[in-house]
Design a protein around this ligand. Sequence first.
Ligand code: SF4
Length: 391
Amino acid sequence: MYSKIEFKKILEKAKEGVEISSQEAIVLLSSREPENLDLLKNTANFLRGQQAGESISYVINRNINFTNICEQHCNFCAFRRDAQDQEAFFLESDQILEKAQSALAIGATEICMQGGLNPNAKLEGKSLNYYLNLVSILKDNYPQLHLHAFSPQEIEFIAREDGITYKDVLIELKAVGLGSLPGTAAEILTERVRKIICPEKINSQIWLEIITLAHSLGLPTTSTMLCGHIETVQEQVEHLEKLRCLQKKAIAENHPARITEFILLPFVGQNAPSMLRKRVDRDQPILEDCLILTAVARIYLGNVISNHQPSWVKLGLSGAMQALEWGCNDLGGTLMEEHITSMAGAIGGGSLEVEQLQKAISSIGRPYQQRTTLYEYLSQHELECSGSLKL
Ligand code: SF4
């Protein structure tokens, strides 16, 4: 049991820029004392200012989920369908291009694309050909859009279907224009949790291997954590530790790309499969738990991963705005459509206008700044040229 003085000492150490240990992170996550929570929030907010500055960034992007047909059955997923299900979909190329065109019309700089693991997604008998075609049609028609696509699980799926290496898949996708990878499918990077919530998914080791490989090949990635289900605080910290080690290794080995941001994804149980829903017994995330974990993630990772983003889809815009005071410096993207979490019963909706993001940021007295996927901040001139300067 740690005293208030020891709690404070951990935070003082963090404020001086010293890494906190896993044990210390567990202490921070375990207290619900109002006085301690105030100190935790203030420290995370202070470090956010030091590590990422005062502006809150956002990206104008569009989500495209090209299919919900999936061979796996993750116990938190309300999105997947079997091919014969009435609600199954598998978008055609022209539908994807139409979505990209409408994204450009609002000044988007990014397409974020992910889908179910559909064994029928093949061209000339190869999964890789299907995915290469997806990237090519977008990049050939809209070379100015950054393509942020395919989780490590999707990379493993393509490699497994075609009997090739992860490296081959990444090299080929990069060659036709893939810009970066979402660090989704991480869920919680411990085997006990994965065996329960996503037993068919790649294990932690493979997730870490594919992310590291992407960095070594010059493909940046994001990083995520699916929290608030059956994981313990020890497992949350184990997850953060794996991300911190991976990023430190990328820095030490001078990889051409790194993790660009950390995104906390709280579990939404409302329409999740019954096994996990019954076990968690809660429809929506507990905001206080999310904010505490947001602050600890900033303190634990901020020295090496400076950009932290809450999920307005999962927390609602008001919850995400609170997270901006607990260590986050980015409000994410416009998305335009979101299916994966919305189908799980999330309260935040699937689309926000640029003006809504800007007004939300201004309402807490902070400046906003449009960014690209890779956290390059767009200048006034570039904004005027892209037509996305709103206020
Ligand atoms: S989370 Fe992804 S891999 Fe798991 S069932 Fe849903 S779509 Fe499939």
